[in-house]
Design a protein around this ligand. Structure first.
Ligand code: FE
Length: 198
């Protein structure tokens, strides 16, 4: 391959994917057909608990985040696992077609899963839109915008006496004076060298 970095020029967004019992932040979402019930493709890491949930659910929702989204939503859905916390307890949601959608978003699409494709790292789920609505006409947050602004978006009140380290790839924050040598980002898997002090 001459230069794989060209893929960074693909425009992606910031979304919360939810299903029964969990959800997570996703950036790889695409409308891949037209018609009355367009198809949506969304890709989720296999190590992600939401991937497991989707394999036993038949529906998911995509809530589209705006530039003005409360960053707590990104922290809750991006840097935690639904294995450990109930993400819906910390976030205002509305149940549509039995799925929780994020109130603090630009709107949502409810999709019925019709197919999926696996590779080594990810599963691409294909869903047919069965319901959708717009909550507000504001600018969506692109993945590029998030990457550029993640430090200010995720600004934290550092706990007393602890250093906050930010993952320069995904924005995950680690607290502690030193990062252990064998540490890997729990969200994106990169080593400690890619963390810097906030
Ligand atoms: Fe990371």
């Amino acid at each position: 391959m001459k230069n794989i970095n060209i893929t960074k020029k693909i425009t992606q967004g910031m979304y919360v994917l939810t299903t029964k019992n969990g959800g997570c932040i996703v950036d790889a979402v695409s409308q891949v057909s037209a018609g009355d019930n367009p198809l949506i493709a969304v890709s989720i890491m296999k190590k992600n608990y939401t991937n497991e949930l989707l394999k036993s659910n038949n529906k998911f929702a995509i809530s589209i985040l705006g530039k003005d989204v409360n960053p707590e939503i990104i922290k809750t859905f991006g840097f935690n696992s639904s294995r450990d916390i109930n993400k819906f307890e910390k976030t205002e949601t509305t149940k549509i077609e039995e799925i929780d959608v994020i109130n603090n978003s630009l709107g949502y699409m409810i999709c019925e899963i019709i197919d999926s494709i696996d590779n080594e790292t990810h599963t691409v789920f294909i869903g047919k839109i069965i319901e959708a609505d717009v909550f507000k006409e504001k600018e969506p947050m692109s993945y590029g915008y998030y990457q550029e602004h993640k430090e200010e978006l995720l600004k934290v009140n550092t706990e007393k006496g602890k250093t906050a380290w930010i993952c320069t790839v995904c924005g995950y924050i680690y607290y502690g004076d030193e990062i252990p040598d064998d540490f890997k980002c729990p969200v994106c898997g990169v080593p400690k060298e890619l963390f810097k002090i906030k």
